[in-house]
Design a protein around this ligand. Structure first.
Ligand code: FAD
Length: 556
């Protein structure tokens, strides 16, 4: 009997068409134009993900004559407080210059000064790696290439489950977020590039989607990988940024590196060129905040330069935001505030563990970008590991005759999906439930942490798991896909609380500050806390792994 859902067949399936996914799709077609490449994208590839429009910098580039991959390893190890696998980060830095040149050949703008040199800024504890970029059309440029190369993009489709045959990944189930239709992709290899968990803690502005990172990212990549048996790490690295109050949009590198002043609430000047988020958060929490950015002393042309970048690239909506608040950079000030807490491999250390070939611990499964653990790789990490994942996944696919499917896995999913609508009469609206889950994350997982709070977090997450199935209303397709998103947020919260409990020390400033273990302890904790699935998703198994050093790269 023919199944009543479409099955598409491909060599490489990419889950998430953001920075890493778009780059992976392009590279897979460059490696072998004849292979079939499919992207499942929850939004619309043209403007989805962290690069909604453009970006103002490629944060890590080892520019010849200015810095080296070796120096980057030193600098990033400091930024990661030692919890960094050297080979993956080395590989990323090694290919970063080539990546910049490739982007430039696609007409992505990296401004040059009058001497014909790039603007390279220092944003790491050591060395200069951050190359200014000015490209409001970055995502559109990537998307155009993806389509021109013949990649099949399936927009508005959320990957809800990876499929396996034996120990090997063999595709995924996707669900159209508007119609609820199921689409199955049978693939020889799969790349996960679906970002981090942007919707984790609740932002102060109270809006579920008013977060710093792309709000469509709900830890799906982490959960898909985990349920397929992959190793995850870094869930105790609970990030909070310090950027524009209420809109949670970035501006620090753009303004401070161009001469803006950073003042605290008492008008004391703070470090300018290399602002550390850690120190700003500390100042804020010690009651000397909010910190403010002041530009009134800058010449008109500088202010225009800053406005030009801020209002066209990363978040063009900033222009309307400041107009609405009557903030003019020539006279006013920009108030900064802590963002919500989020999990992310690109800004932080949370991710699916990969080696320098982007291989996860599951055969046929690769990861890139914020889903993967290429510690603090930012956009450079997403692009370079997008390429690496594509090369490895293509090679793997080339060695496989044809992908197989076990239809029971699909039938089982469809059956449970259908029963969800039995919840249409339940009392709790899904949005209110998400609000509650994320408020509790704020209360018990957001640092400062301690055993008492983390135990409460775990108890709440158990309760939420039950309530999601028994109390929450699922009346239409919209609610249904939110259901899957919130299920993943709860799973991420459970994993974050467990990893945070396990790391009995404080590390990374506020981001893993435990009031019951206030000091860092390198003797016992200079290692990864690794999470894998036991019998069921809530059965999270914890183990430890040594930091991988250069020359010892095979050890995952
Ligand atoms: C506001 C902001 C500014 C930044 N500025 C800079 C900068 O100037 N320089 C720099 O180097 N770095 C910067 N970064 C970091 C950098 O942009 C990210 O690390 C990088 O873009 C992450 O790429 P990604 O592909 O992993 O995630 P994303 O680009 O977010 O892509 C993830 C994609 O997966 C899709 N998705 C999610 N779940 C599913 C699912 N279940 N099924 C299908 N699709 C799914 C999403 O819709 C999204 O399109 C910034 C980040 C942010 C948020």
């Amino acid at each position: 009997m023919r199944p009543d859902y479409p099955i598409i067949v491909c060599d490489v399936l990419i889950i998430g068409g953001g920075s890493a996914g778009a780059m992976a799709a392009i590279r897979a077609k460059e490696v072998d134009p004849n292979q079939k490449v499919v992207v499942f994208e929850k939004g619309d590839l043209k403007y989805s993900g962290c690069i909604a429009r453009g970006m103002d910098a490629l944060n890590i580039v080892a520019v010849p004559g200015i810095s080296t991959p070796e120096l980057y390893i030193e600098a990033n190890a400091l930024a990661c407080d030692g919890i960094m696998d050297e080979p993956v980060n080395y590989r990323m830095a090694q290919r970063s210059w080539q990546m910049l040149k490739k982007l430039e050949s696609w007409d992505v703008c990296f401004p040059l000064d009058e001497k014909g040199e790039y603007e390279v800024l220092q944003v790491h504890p050591k060395g200069r790696f951050c190359v200014t970029m000015k490209e409001p059309e970055l995502k559109a440029i990537l998307a155009q290439r993806v389509y021109d190369l013949g990649v099949r993009v399936i927009n508005r489709t959320m990957a809800v489950q990876l499929l396996k045959v034996g120990d090997q990944v063999s595709g995924a189930i996707g669900m159209n977020v508007r119609t609820g239709e199921i689409i199955v992709c049978k693939a020889k290899s799969v790349i996960l590039s679906s970002g981090g968990t942007a919707r984790f803690g609740l932002p102060n502005n109270g809006y579920l989607y008013g977060v710093y990172d792309f709000p469509g990212n709900t830890g799906d990549g982490y959960c898909l990988a985990y349920r397929a048996g992959a190793e995850l790490s870094g869930f105790e690295y609970t990030l909070i940024y310090y950027i524009i109050k209420d809109i949670n949009a970035p501006l620090l590198y753009i303004t401070l590196t161009r001469g803006a002043n950073l003042l605290n609430a008492f008008d004391d000047h703070r470090e300018k060129d290399h602002p550390s988020i850690k120190s700003m958060l500390q100042e804020h929490h010690e009651g000397r905040g909010p910190m403010r950015i002041i530009m009134s002393h800058l010449p008109e042309e500088k202010i225009r330069e800053i406005e030009d970048i801020l209002f066209t690239t990363e978040r063009p909506v900033q222009e309307r935001f400041f107009q609405g608040r009557n903030v003019d950079f020539r006279s006013g000030e920009i108030e900064l505030w802590p963002t919500e807490c989020f999990l992310c491999g690109g800004h932080g250390l949370t991710g699916v563990r990969v080696n320098e070939k982007a291989e996860t611990t599951v055969s046929g499964l690769y990861a890139a970008g914020d889903t993967s653990l290429v510690a603090r790789g930012h956009l450079s990490g997403a692009f370079v590991f997008g390429e690496i994942a594509a090369e490895s996944a293509s090679e793997f696919a080339a060695g496989i005759e044809s992908a197989e499917l076990e239809t029971e896995q699909i039938n089982k999913f469809i059956k449970t999906q259908e029963t969800r609508f039995d919840q249409s009469g339940n009392p709790v609206p899904i949005e209110e439930f998400e609000y509650k889950v994320r408020r509790i994350i704020n209360d018990y997982i957001v640092p400062p942490k301690n055993d008492y709070k983390l135990n409460h977090a775990l108890r709440w997450m158990d309760r939420f798991r039950k309530e999601l199935n028994e109390e929450v209303r699922v009346k239409d397709v919209h609610d249904l896909f939110k259901f899957y998103e919130i299920q993943n947020i709860i799973q991420c919260a459970t994993m974050s609380a467990l990893a945070s409990k396990e790391r009995k020390e404080s590390r990374w400033g506020l981001w893993h500050y435990r009031t019951d273990y206030q000091e860092p302890n390198n003797q016992d904790w200079l290692k990864h806390i690794v999470l894998t699935q036991g019998e069921v998703p809530e059965d999270v198994r914890i183990s430890h792994r040594e930091i991988v050093r250069l020359g010892n790269s095979k050890t995952l």
